[in-house]
Design a protein around this ligand. Sequence first.
Ligand code: LLP
Length: 475
Amino acid sequence: MKQNEAVFSEMSGQLFYRKIGSRYIRDKIIMEKNYIDVQKGNENMLYSNLSINESGHLCMQNQDTVELAGKYGTPLYLMDENVIRNNLRMFRSIMKHSFGNQAEVFYASKALCFKQMYRILSEENICADAVSASEIYTALHAGFDPEKILFHGSAKTRDEIQYAIRNHIGYFAVDNAEELKRISQCAVHDNITQKILIRVTPGIDPHTFEAVKTGKVDSKFGAAIETGQALQIVEEALRMPGIKVSGIHSHIGSQIFETEPYLKEADVLAEFLARVKSECGWECSILDIGGGFPVRYTEDDPSADIPKMLQETAEHMKQSFAEKNLKMPSVWIEPGRSAVAAAGITLYSVQSIKRIPGYRNYAAVDGGMTDNPRYALYRSLYTVLQADCAETEGNEPFTIAGRCCESGDKIAENIMLKDPKPDDILAVLCTGAYNYSMASNYNRVCRAPIVLIHNGIDHLCVRRETVEDIIACDL
Ligand code: LLP
C-alpha cells in the first residue's frame, strides 16, 4: 500500500479511504451525491470517520482507539453510531424517494443486535426484521414497537410463534406450509388476525458466495415459484382462518454488487403476482425484496452505489408492474450488513509473535473466531491496521491468528505489518456486521463488549461477558 494513495468508494453515504485521501476525490464524491449528508473530515481520512492523530494512532471520530482499548480492554468492538444512523437515513430517504411514501426499511437484526441498536432504529423510524424469539425479546426490552417487527425464519417453533403473536408483532414472513398452519392455529386460539408475508424463492443466482445465496430454487428458505409451491402456499394462506395475507417476501442473497439480480427479481415477482392475481383474485399490497446490499471489506472489493441500485430497481419494478396491469405495492427492503458493517472495527492486543523461517509469521491476538468467525467460515477478507502506528507501511506478511484451540482460527492472512510486538493493538476494519452477532463461547472465551461512539462520545452498550456469565446456565 503506497503512501498518499487514495483507494475509495462511496457507499451508504460514507467515503472510504485506505490511505491519506486526496481532496479532489473527496470533493468530487460530495458534489455528485447531494442527497447524502457526507461528513467532511480532515485530510488523514481512512474512512470518513477514521483518521490518524499526531501520535500516529488510529482514531474513530477523533477518539484515539489505542486509548479506548486501554479504557475498555481488548478484544473490543468499537462502532460509530453516527455512521449507523447515516446509513439508516440514507436507506430511508432513498426508499421514500424511489418507491414513494409507503416504502419501508426493515433493518435485518441478525447483522448486529443488542438493545441500543433497537433504540437507534426507533429514533430513525426504521422497522426491524427478527429471526428468533430472542431477537424479538431484545427489541421489546428496548421499547421497540412490536407492530414494526417482521418475524422471519425457516423453522420457527410453536413457542416462538405463540410468543410473537401474544406480543402483537406486526408481521410474520411465512416460510412454509407447516408454519402457516401453526400461525393460523395460534391466531385463531388467541382470537386475532395475524398479518403475514409469504416468502417465495424466485430462482435467481445472485453470483455471491455460496453460504449466502438464498434465492435459488434449491434453498432451505421459502417456497419456490418455479415448482408451483409458491402459488400453492398463497392459495392455502388466503383460505386460512386467523390469517391476513398482506404481501410477498423474497431475499436473493447477500453481498450483491450488481443491480441486475434485483431487476430480475422484480421481473420474476411481477410475473408471479400477475399469475396470483388472475388465479386467486388477490393483489399484493406489500412486496419485500429483502436485503443483500454490498459492503466493501477491502480495497479489492468493487465499489457499489447502493442509492443508484435502489433507484434503478424502483424504475424497473414500476415499469414491470405497469406492463402487467398490477398496482405498485408498498416496497420494503431489509438491509443488514450495509447498515452496520463499515461502522465497526475490532481492536485486539497482540499476545505473541512467531516467525517460522521459510514458512510464515504469526501474530496471535487475544480474540479470533469467537468474535469474528467469518474468515474461518467463508474466507472473508478484512483490512487490518496497526492501531498504534496506523500510518506506517508494513514490510513483513503475517497471519493474524486467534486464541482458540483450532488451526482454522484466523482473522486474516498475508497482512503486512511493521515489526509487531506483544501488547500492540491491531484494528480490523468493517466488523460491524455478522461479527458480534455470530460470536461464540468456544473454549469458554468471554464475548467482547461493544462501545458505540456517538457525536464524539464513547458509550459502553454491551459489557464484556464475565466468567460468571459463562457458568450462569451450568447446574
Ligand atoms: N433478509 C433476509 C431474509 C436475510 O436472510 C438476510 C440475510 C438479510 C435480509 C440481510 O442481508 P444483508 O443485507 O445483511 O446482506 N453470516 C453471513 C450472512 C448471512 C446472511 C443471512 N441473511 C455473513 O457473515 O456474511
